[in-house]
Write a protein of this length. Sequence first.
Length: 413
Amino acid sequence: MTLPEGIFKITNLERLSLYCCGINSIPKEIGNLKNLKYLDLTGNNLKKLPKKIGNLKNLKELTLTYNKITTLPEGIFKITNLERLSLDYCDISSISNYEIENLKNLKYLSLRDNNLEELPKTIGNLKNLIELNLNSNERLASLPEEIGNLKNLEILSLDYTTILTSIPCTCKNLKNFDHLELRSSNVTTVPDCLREIKLSFSFVYFDEGMTLPEGIFKITNLERLSLYGCDISSIPKEIGNLKNLKYLDLTGNNLKKLPKTITNLKNLKELTLSDGKVTPLLEGILKITNLEKLSLESCGISSIPKEIGNLKNLKYLSLKGNKFEELPKTIGNLKNLIELDLAINKRLASLPEEIGNLKSLEILSLDYTTILTSIPCTCKNLKNLDSLELRNSNVKTVPDCLKEISDKFIFDY
């Protein structure tokens, strides 16, 4: 398409989106829009930008994703007030060593899915940068030591950087650093020098029989760890060193047991072990008494130990898609429980009367509990209950004793 004449005469324009317009070039008159703050050029056929783009001194956000740009346009480096720059899915193979440092107000830089082999040392001059996304740069072999100068950096994304093998030790200087993403990267070791920083790791690998990267369990300030879909069969006892861990996701693995040291995770708030084989694992889990959220979906669990009642801080419990026939009476001890998901437990025949003790319960899901035929009358005590879900269950009527909460029942015939 041809851009409408006159756009570039609206000198008070603050926002301009030319998203997926199929344009091949931007006229030099764009430099007239000196009040422009937001410019989106996503999904075009641009190979370059006019030098006049550098006149946009008030521009805060520039998006050039899905274009055919091979090097960063010269004019961009003159937009010194720029705070967000997105150049995802272009063909960028290099970045000027000297000019990137001009963007001293940049807070967010995304260079996802390009052909970068390295970053310039001057990237370390972007002192206000909070997030740097380098995902899917499959030729990126190393990071410069100067990345450790990004004192405000919080998030560094390196997913699918398949030949990157290490993280510079200078990252220990990143005092605000709390999120490092390394899904399907080739980083197999976490250097000891990073153990002193507070960090959230998200490792997701799809290689069978992978070994966990060395050093993870030495980062004692670690608060979040995701090992989703890693196909691992065991967790080393050193996991017990992570005494500040608050979130742990072990979904989709082949774990047959957890080390006894799992009980050292006294600060753990959220644990997800779905899509695994965790029946023998429950003993240790049920000693982590500060847990607030526990997901054990589709784990083949045939019985729930009475020790479930020890988790008195639990707010969310999902036991969806398992094989147990009943719940222990101690389930009633979970006074802080807000949501209980028992859906798709096709062998669940009854609920204990003690379920009426869950005074904080707001949501009870019993969808697809196909042999469950009744709800205990004690559920009338659930004063905070907002939703009792019975889609495709075998409960067809609301018993007289529960008429006062009948508006909470959700059926689907």
